[in-house]
Design a protein around this ligand. Structure first.
Ligand SMILES: CC(C)(COP(=O)(O)OP(=O)(O)OC[C@H]1O[C@@H](n2cnc3c(N)ncnc32)[C@H](O)[C@@H]1OP(=O)(O)O)[C@@H](O)C(=O)NCCC(=O)NCCS
Length: 165
């Protein structure tokens, strides 16, 4: 078991997050700059897992609002999970799960009613992680990651709101 402390991301973590992101998602420099710009516009909720060796993982969520399917006049605040990544040497130590649970705790303290995300359909590690945290498959986004690379949208309601709607 690797000891990590989960904390809000600060500017001192930016370089480590960018390196993890580039490694985990094979995005190019231009895409990385766009990711940084959009995160600067919406800080959302950003957490890092810090090990003795440095940043072991991170999770980033952005706020969005949408109406309840069962009651369109009821507008809910939800968190879109943009990315979660754990450095290769640190994987399978429960860090991804701890980051996600810490994100839920902090987001719910700030009024989150639910979560959504998109994951590439072949990414079984991430899909298993999300399923284990109570995310349900919602819909398929055809070629969302490029031609023939489909995305799976998954959703999770906060516990006390579980039920129809
Ligand atoms: C997905 C990812 C964040 C998981 O992080 P992690 O710290 O290794 O995950 P955890 O150790 O907390 O695992 C929690 C659960 O997820 C599932 N899981 C994680 N990795 C898995 C794998 N390789 N195969 C199958 N299930 C896996 C398991 O259910 C696991 O529970 P268990 O260990 O009790 O069986 C990590 O693999 C990663 O960074 N991948 C690259 C980036 C990415 O694809 N992010 C998601 C898309 S945004």
């Amino acid at each position: 078991m690797v000891a990590v402390v989960i904390e809000y991301a600060a500017s001192r973590h930016a370089q480590s997050i960018a390196e993890l992101e580039a490694h985990a998602f094979t995005i190019n420099a231009e895409q990385l700059e766009e990711v940084k710009r959009s995160r600067a516009r919406d800080p959302g909720v950003r957490l890092v897992a810090v090990a003795e060796q440095g940043v072991a993982g991170f999770v980033v969520g952005s706020w969005f609002v949408c109406a309840e399917a069962s009651n369109p006049s009821l507008v809910r605040r939800r968190l879109w999970i943009n990315a979660v990544a754990v450095g290769t040497p640190f994987r399978r130590n429960g860090i991804g799960r701890r980051l996600m649970n810490a994100l839920f705790e902090r987001a719910e303290a700030r009024g989150a009613h639910g979560y959504a995300l998109m994951v590439q359909v072949e990414n079984l590690a991430a899909i298993e992680l999300y399923k284990s945290l109570g995310f349900k498959r919602s819909q398929l986004a055809q070629s969302a990651y490029g031609k023939g690379l489909h995305g799976l949208i998954m959703k999770r309601r906060v516990k006390q709101l579980d039920g129809p709607g």
